[in-house]
Design a protein around this ligand. Structure first.
Ligand SMILES: C[S@@+](CC[C@H](N)C(=O)[O-])C[C@H]1O[C@@H](n2cnc3c(N)ncnc32)[C@H](O)[C@@H]1O
Length: 439
C-alpha cells in the first residue's frame, strides 16, 4: 500500500512542470524583533503542523496536485490543525502584529470615522456593528468604546464573523462582561454570544451569510488577505492554474519544502471560469474567488439593508503578480515548509474588490487610500498629542513610535489601504458632503 503510494508520487513528479517563485523579500509586512519561543508552545504546534503536512500529502498523493487556494484554506482554517484555530498568533510573541494591536489611535479613529459617516446618514437605529475576522478583538473593543460614547439613543448589537474557536473566546474576553458558547446542535446562526459591560449583545457567526439582516457598519481589517487565492498563469493565450504537489522524495530536513509548485496540465475549474478584468496586462496573477464571493455578499447587504463597509488591508490596485507568502516569528517564511506553523497571506487586489462591489450591488466605493493619509486626515496627530500630554514619560516613546509605524510610508503608511462602501443611492449626497479620510 505504502509502496504503491510512493510509486504514484514518483510517477507524478515527472508529469507536472515545476514552477519557480520569484524572490519575495521586501513584500513583507512590518517586522518586529523575533520573539523568544514560549516554553511548551512549540511541541503542540509541532504536532499540529506535522499532522497537517501529512494530511495534505496524503490528499495530494490520492487525488493529484491541489490549487494554492485549497492549500491556503486547509493550512489556515483546518478545524483540527489550522493555523488560526487553536492558538494566539499575534503580537511580539506570535508571528505578526496588526495596526489595532500597535496603537489604540487606530481603533479610535476608525470608530470616529464610522460614527461620523453613520450620523451623516441620519443615525439609523437599530444597527449592527459587524467585524470580519476580529483576531484578538482589539479593534472591536476600541471601536465599541467610541460608538458607546457617541451613539446617542441608538440601539446596536455586535456581530463577529470568525472561524476560530480559540480566537472567538479571546475576542469575547476582550470586550464582553459575560459570554457563552452554544451547544454544537443548537441550530442557531451563531455559536457564541456575550454581553458587554454596557449591556450590548454580541454574537459570533461562522459566515457573513449568518449575520441577521439590518443596517450594518462593517469592518474588515486584515481579513481579506487571509482568504485563499488561486494562482493563474497565461500560457499560449490560455489561463492555467499553478497547483501544489508533494516535493520529490519527501522533505529531508526542516529547511526543505514539503511541497512544490507545478503548472496544471489541463484546465482546472477555476482557470476555465476565470475572466480577467478589462485591460488586464499581467501574464501571471493571484485571484481570490472567496474574496469575490464575500465582497459580493457585502455589496448585496449594503444595497438591500443600508450600511457602510470599511475594508482595511495591505494590497495593490491590480498590478502585483506574486504575493503569496508566509510569516513566522515576524520573518518571511517559505509557505511550503511546515504548513500550519506560519501565517499564509496574499495582498488584496483592491481593483477587483472595487469592481465586484460596484457590479454586484448598487454600491458607491471610496478609495482605496493609503492608511497613513487616512489617519492623518482623521486628525491622528491631534489624538497623538492628547495621548502624549497625559502619558507617563516612560510610555511616550512607545506611543509616538506606534503612531509613526502606522503612518510612515516606509512602514505601514503606504502598504495598507482603506476602501469604503456605501449604498449607491447616496452617491450624490456623498459628493456634496465628502467622506472624511478619503478626500
Ligand atoms: C490576520 S487576522 C486579522 C485579525 C484582526 N482583524 C486584526 O487586525 O488584528 C485574520 C482573522 O480572520 C479570521 N479568519 C480567517 N479566515 C476566515 C474565514 N474564512 N472566515 C472567518 N474568519 C476568518 C482569523 O481567525 C483571524 O481572526
Amino acid at each position: 500500500m505504502l509502496r504503491e503510494a510512493l510509486r504514484i508520487g514518483s510517477r507524478r513528479w515527472y508529469s507536472y512542470k515545476s514552477v519557480r517563485r520569484p524572490n519575495l523579500a521586501g513584500t513583507g509586512a512590518p517586522k518586529v524583533e523575533p520573539a523568544k519561543e514560549q516554553p511548551g508552545a512549540s511541541s503542540t504546534v509541532e504536532n499540529g503542523h506535522g499532522s497537517l503536512a501529512k494530511q495534505l500529502r496524503a490528499k495530494i498523493l490520492a487525488t493529484g496536485p491541489i490549487p494554492v487556494a485549497e492549500y491556503m484554506r486547509e493550512v489556515l482554517t483546518n478545524p483540527q490543525a489550522g493555523y488560526y484555530m487553536n492558538k494566539d498568533v499575534f503580537g511580539r510573541e506570535g508571528d505578526f502584529i496588526t495596526s489595532p494591536e500597535i496603537s489604540q489611535i487606530f481603533g479610535e479613529l476608525v470608530g470616529i470615522w464610522l460614527v461620523s459617516e453613520w450620523r451623516k446618514m441620519g443615525s439609523p437605529s437599530p444597527f449592527h456593528l459587524v467585524e470580519l475576522g476580529p483576531g484578538r478583538g482589539t479593534l472591536a473593543r476600541d471601536v465599541l468604546k467610541v460608538i458607546t460614547k457617541f451613539k446617542q439613543d441608538a440601539e446596536f448589537s455586535m456581530h463577529m464573523v470568525e472561524v476560530s474557536p480559540f480566537l472567538s473566546k479571546a475576542q469575547a474576553q476582550r470586550f464582553c462582561y459575560t459570554h457563552d458558547t452554544l451547544p454544537e446542535d443548537s441550530q442557531l446562526p451563531y455559536y457564541q454570544m456575550g454581553t458587554t459591560a454596557t449591556g450590548t449583545k454580541a454574537f459570533w457567526h461562522r459566515r457573513l451569510e449568518d449575520v441577521p439582516h439590518g443596517f450594518s457598519l462593517v469592518l474588515a481589517h486584515e481579513f481579506f488577505d487571509a482568504l485563499p487565492v488561486h494562482k493563474l498563469q497565461l500560457v499560449d493565450g490560455k489561463w492555467q492554474e499553478v497547483l501544489i504537489d508533494v516535493a520529490s522524495g519527501g522533505a529531508k530536513d526542516a529547511k526543505q519544502a514539503d511541497f512544490r509548485y507545478v503548472l496544471s496540465r489541463s484546465q482546472t475549474p477555476v482557470s476555465s471560469v476565470f475572466r480577467p478584468m478589462p485591460n488586464e496586462t499581467r501574464a501571471c496573477l493571484e485571484y481570490s474567488l472567496e474574496t469575490e464571493r464575500q465582497v459580493g455578499l457585502l455589496a448585496e447587504r449594503i444595497e438591500r439593508d443600508g450600511g457602510i463597509a470599511l475594508i482595511m488591508d495591505y494590497g495593490h490596485f491590480g498590478e502585483k503578480t506574486d504575493t503569496f507568502r508566509a510569516f513566522k516569528q515576524h520573518q518571511l517564511h517559505d509557505p511550503l515548509i511546515e504548513p500550519g506553523s506560519a501565517d499564509l497571506t496574499a495582498d488584496v487586489d483592491f481593483k477587483l474588490v472595487r469592481h465586484i462591489a460596484e457590479t454586484r450591488g448598487n454600491v458607491h466605493c471610496c478609495g482605496p487610500v493609503e492608511q497613513g493619509l487616512f489617519l492623518q486626515r482623521m486628525q491622528g496627530e491631534a489624538r497623538l498629542d492628547q495621548l502624549m500630554a497625559h502619558a507617563l514619560p516612560e510610555n511616550q516613546q512607545i506611543i509616538r513610535s506606534g503612531y509613526e509605524m502606522l503612518t510612515d510610508s516606509a512602514q505601514m503608511g503606504s502598504r495598507f489601504k482603506f476602501l469604503a462602501m456605501f449604498p449607491g443611492v447616496l452617491a450624490s449626497h456623498l459628493d456634496k458632503y465628502p467622506v472624511v479620510g478619503f478626500s
